[in-house]
Design a protein around this ligand. Structure first.
Ligand code: F3S
Length: 375
């Protein structure tokens, strides 16, 4: 890969150890994937934040990083709500390790907002390049926001953040941003159905680029759920909507194929995968109005959305439900080894493997009804 004079100086260590290491990662990636050069990015988003997932080895890796990020950079969810960790049953040891991780990212100049919906904080401009690593956010950025990003790993997103550039390959190139399989949905879907659809389609298309035709236009929250489901069971990082081209391969589903729902007696109900938007919090508040929660009901959102939704959260918490920030049901140890009900295709996929939790998927309405059932 071609490097400018400045980039070569970074690789030679003239701008410090941190930038040198970062440039080594980017140059290696560029060579592996055949990138011609590095291109500037507008922002970065870094996964690998929860102490549950990165452990002491990850913390050590971060302690070795130096320098300061060159572009606005946010973090993926960590393993706990930074203020309500004891309510979640998180122990002091985990709390301290987790805060050490966040502090280390802070030393690198990274904004310690931990969310998988960074686009609610700052949405990238259409056509700009970013280096994001949360898989649902990557797919949402490419497909809904029109930003261009590969599905980065935590270390490569961090390297891009430190240099402010990424190798120009994959979804940074126009010729790769085209669909290769049609998905026809001839029946009505709403809300959580899109997460279930994503779960089903991701398994079939794997890393292809599906082009959807729907009977009615999905909302952005529904597209967020679709993106998350497909990114979890497949590795879909881009999908298309209107103007889909005809493809040789067409997938047509019938309603029963996306009906993954079941009822049941979970130990806990958890919503907000990906993190809730303000509209989703409003919908949850509406469904909870006048009711009392009889089973633990946790709702995950970003601190940014929470700070703009104070009265909605007050209404929700009056019922006994709890709104938590910075974390989620999958990256926090708080929900492990319990039977969990979710309204998300992504959490349905990862609950059993990453939390050892029996996981039930249901509509948001059923989740709320289940949390409010009188026994
Ligand atoms: Fe976000 Fe956690 Fe789901 S990071 S997309 S809420 S698994």
């Amino acid at each position: 890969m071609y490097l400018t004079r400045e980039e070569e100086r970074a690789l030679a260590g003239e701008f410090g150890h941190g930038k040198q290491k970062a440039m080594e990662i980017l140059a290696a990636l560029g060579d592996i994937y055949g990138a011609e050069k590095l291109i500037p990015i507008e922002s970065a988003q870094i996964s690998g934040v929860s102490y549950k997932t990165i452990g002491d080895a990850g913390l050590e890796y971060l302690m070795d990083q130096t320098g300061s990020v060159a572009v606005p950079t946010l973090l993926n969810p960590m393993g706990m709500d930074r203020f309500r960790w004891s309510e979640l049953g998180i122990d002091k040891h985990f709390f301290e390790k987790q805060m050490a991780i966040v502090a280390q990212y802070g030393m690198l100049g990274i904004d310690a907002q931990c969310t998988c919906t960074p686009y609610y904080i700052t949405s990238p401009q259409r056509g700009t390049h970013v280096s994001w690593s949360e898989s649902s956010a990557v797919s949402y950025a490419n497909s809904v926001l029109g930003a261009w990003t590969n599905r980065e790993g935590g270390p490569s997103a961090l390297a891009s953040a430190l240099i402010g550039k990424t190798p120009n390959y994959g979804y940074h190139l126009r010729e790769n941003r085209i669909s290769d399989v049609s998905v026809k949905i001839d029946f009505r879907l709403s809300g959580a159905d899109y997460g279930a659809l994503g779960y089903v389609i991701g398994k079939v298309v794997k890393s292809k680029v599906p082009a959807f035709s729907f009977t009615s236009k999905p909302t952005n929250d529904e597209l967020k759920a679709l993106a998350a489901g497909m990114a979890a069971t497949g590795s879909v990082a881009l999908f298309c909507l209107e103007g889909a081209r005809a493809h040789q391969e067409t997938i047509e589903l019938v309603p029963a194929e996306v009906d993954l729902y079941s009822s049941g007696e979970p130990d806990v109900v958890v919503l907000g995968c990906p993190h809730c938007s303000r509209l989703e919090l409003a919908e949850i508040a509406r469904l909870l109005r006048g009711r009392i929660v009889t089973k633990p009901l946790w709702i995950c959102t970003s601190r940014h959305i929470a700070s703009r939704s104070v009265s909605l959260i007050t209404q929700i918490e009056k019922t006994g439900a709890r709104v938590i920030c910075d974390t989620c049901m999958i990256v926090s140890p708080a929900f492990e080894n319990r039977c969990m009900m979710v309204n998300s295709g992504k959490a349905f996929e990862y609950g059993p493997s990453l939390c050892k939790s029996e996981t039930i998927i249901a509509t948001t309405e059923t989740c709320i009804d289940t949390a409010c059932t009188i026994h």
